[in-house]
Design a binder for this molecule. Sequence first.
Ligand code: HEC
Length: 227
Amino acid sequence: MPTGARAPRKAMLAALSAAAAMLVAACQAPVAVPGSALTPAGEIGRYVEYPNSLPSAGRGEALWRQVCPACDADGFSQTYLGKDRRAISPLDVYLAVSDGVPDRGLPALKDRLAPPERWDVVAFLWSRNASRELMAQAEQAYLGSCSMCHGPLGMGDGSAAHGLEPPPASFALGGRYMWFTDTDLFQFISQGKPGTAMPPWRHILTAEERWLLVDFIRTFAYSAGEE
Ligand code: HEC
């Protein structure tokens, strides 16, 4: 267990949580999420509100169509951020829809949608990466190689999870993943996590399979329907 990395992180979070509490609206719990080892969390990430319940792609779609009927949902990352979709995090999308990207035609939604609604929109935009057909394929790989630890619903409670320290990650905790890019997750899957039970998969699964698994584990962090 990587104690060296955890202790300062804990101290940092304790110091920050007091500051964050002042900034976060009363109806939302502040996120206390350790930053990625690969993508240092920006200052801004510490003050972002993440909802306690799963964001809904269905609700997000309805909101998006209402507030931005002419906007490009499928090419979001290229059109509005000028980046490959694998190089952005859910937080990047959240900040873009919150503040808008005026010179690229994306309006700011922060005065029109509450934070949980904006996360619904992020879930909708993210869900465009996960076609039903490909996800059915990815689910097979997940059930074969991952669910014994991470659990059938990605909650970190698989049959082989018992006693592991740290326990397998729960992918349903979307807040933990908001500042990971797909490329970060791909690297975890490829290289494993030293000091934990997470094995490297680069010699076992093809790159294509690992990318599909990235898209698949993201689906645990939002609900597809309206609820
Ligand atoms: C033997 C149990 C085990 C298996 C099998 C396993 N994992 Fe993990 N996984 C873990 C543990 C333990 C961690 C570390 C959690 C932590 O650091 O808090 C982890 C971490 C991760 C992470 C990093 C995210 C994070 O928050 O730490 C990803 C992504 C991941 N696993 C994906 C997968 C995928 C995809 C598969 C299947 C190809 C898989 N894992 C198979 C145990 C496992």
